[in-house]
Design a protein around this ligand. Sequence first.
Ligand code: SF4
Length: 243
Amino acid sequence: MTEPASANTFAEPILQEGLDFRLPQENDPTPRYSASQLGGCVRKLFWKVQGVHQVENRAFENDCYMNVGNTIHDILQARIKIRYPDAQVELEMPDIMIEPGEVLDTIGEQPCFTEPVFCSGRPDIFVHCPYDENMSFVIEIKTGGPSLLTSALPRYHALQGGAYWRSTDVDWVYFYLVNRANMARTYRLLETPWVQWQEALRVINLVERHKNEVCEPPLAQSFISKHRHCMSCGYFYKCYPGG
Ligand code: SF4
């Protein structure tokens, strides 16, 4: 009969709690819209555009996904520079300045702000067409699970692409999609980026209405899940003060 292994009182607490814990991350975000968040939680945007302090408790999985994603970005950006040295990576671009009139002219809504608002973002890769320097496109790299390659482009990616189309005035926006489990990959053209930008303007006007008129955050959309989105969100402490 095998003797039960005795507990190692030195090693086991370290193995159980020294590696796998939620890592606190705090920051004061820049008070403006960010292209990558336009299709996410509107409640989060409400606080973000006012620069409200973020307190994130990052899970082990999130840390890993983020770092794997960053590494894949670095590899792809290095590769394109080898074959196409003129391609620009992490394109520095001015913030998109959104005048109230753009909301009225583009989507026909009464703007809920009187001063311009700003949206920042940085496309992963920007390429001028070699045969016509007046034409250009951006490639936005996305990493995710297997469904990223087989499903429709998620709304938050599409709205981000719409913002890049608006800010860079490119002819095409492409997404390069990588399954981080096995590195399978494909690419996809963002159809009708102007429609995505219109949707982004609706989101921005909604958040501005809550900021300037309602003076309370909007309700989160139905696709926001407490477990999937809120637990790792920097505003968990605002939405769930009781934990
Ligand atoms: S905690 Fe959830 S509902 Fe609140 S801002 Fe974050 S994602 Fe949105």
